[in-house]
Design a protein. Structure first.
Length: 321
């Protein structure tokens, strides 16, 4: 007698051709967005669901987790997990996996696109050409040089490390701020974030999201970075006090910003949209065909490993406090 396949609830479509076949081989898959009545579909299957597929940008609160009493694993597409109540899941013995490492290079590449774009005013220059202003009465303002400047990294984790490693190509000094000093890097550790911001020309935010880093970059840090400084955020919008950022840019207390993440995505304040010295991107740091394929493949690997062994491959670190 063949055992019935465990039920898996998939909250979102996956940009992958082979993921459905791989999942169907191991699970009875419910694709919630295809259900005529998602709530009815949830109620019909909630007792049977053993595995949940979600993402770094899909809200996965305790209430949803508790609605599936036999849930044993949550497999997420993405490295961030602030959208998932991991502490609650882990307290119930539910394994949570994410997709670390496979996106480091793409996210770091985009951080450098924002560094160069914000420093050289690429957005403003592009709009200037498209508007037919080139050759007209008003010359484009000068940008600022990147090579040889000072790069501060806020959060020297997997992505922050990839950003820092790329600085050698631009002959930049690198320093970093972390919760703890790392023993495996040569760059100087700066215990005070404000002190790092005072030193840096560019400050790249590469921390985890969530309560532990909310508004870590506040008005004081922004003012320390100063009117010549440039803030880059490829982490989470919640890490930066967005109101303080807008005010500093409007007051000229901060030189420029390059942002791929925002506090209330996909909402971006009009005050930011109206500023010339800001580059605004719609959270695309890992959004390349290759990297998203790798992320989905790793997530499916986790779900399959759980089906075969009872353990995911890349578990989110334990969150106790
Ligand atoms: C994507 C991200 O937006 O991985 C993360 O934490 O924020 C980005 O890679 C996300 O993974 C989309 O699912």
């Amino acid at each position: 007698m063949t055992h019935p396949k465990p039920t898996l609830l998939q909250l979102l479509p996956l940009p992958s051709e082979d993921a459905p076949d791989r999942l169907n081989r191991y699970f009875d898959v419910i694709r919630l967005w295809e259900a005529a009545d998602p709530n009815a579909a949830m109620q019909a299957h909630q007792e049977a669901i053993r595995v949940l597929i979600t993402s770094a940008l899909t809200s996965t609160p305790a209430e949803l987790i508790d609605s599936m009493p036999n849930l044993r694993a949550i497999c997420s597409v993405g490295v961030g997990y602030d959208s998932i109540d991991v502490r609650h899941a882990q307290s119930k013995g539910i394994q949570v996996s994410n997709t670390p490492d496979v996106l480091n290079d793409c996210v770091a590449d985009l951080a450098w696109a924002l560094i160069l774009g914000a420093a050289r005013d690429i957005g403003r220059a592009e709009r200037y050409v498209r508007a037919g202003k080139w050759g007209g009465a008003n010359p484009l303002p000068m940008g600022t040089k990147v090579t040889g400047k000072r790069l501060g990294i806020v959060g020297l984790g997997r992505v922050g490390l990839a950003v820092a490693e790329r600085a050698a190509g631009f002959k930049m000094d690198v320093r970093y701020h972390n919760r703890h000093e790392r023993s495996d890097v040569a760059w100087p550790y700066v215990q005070s974030l404000r002190e790092l911001a005072e030193w840096a020309d560019f400050l790249v935010v590469a921390t985890v999201g969530g309560d532990s880093t909310r508004h870590l970059v506040d008005r004081g840090v922004i003012d320390a970075l100063g009117p010549e400084g440039i803030l880059i955020n490829i982490a989470r919008g919640s890490v930066v006090d967005e109101d303080a950022l807008v005010q500093a840019l409007q007051d000229g207390r901060l030189g420029a910003a390059g942002l791929d993440v925002f506090d209330r995505e996909p909402h971006v304040p009009d005050a930011l949209k109206n500023l010339e010295n800001v580059i605004l991107l719609p959270h695309i740091a890992s959004a390349t065909r290759e990297t998203r394929r790798d992320m989905v493949d790793l997530m499916v690997d986790n779900a399959v490993a759980f089906a075969e062994t009872g353990r995911v491959i890349t578990p989110v670190p334990p969150i106790s406090e």
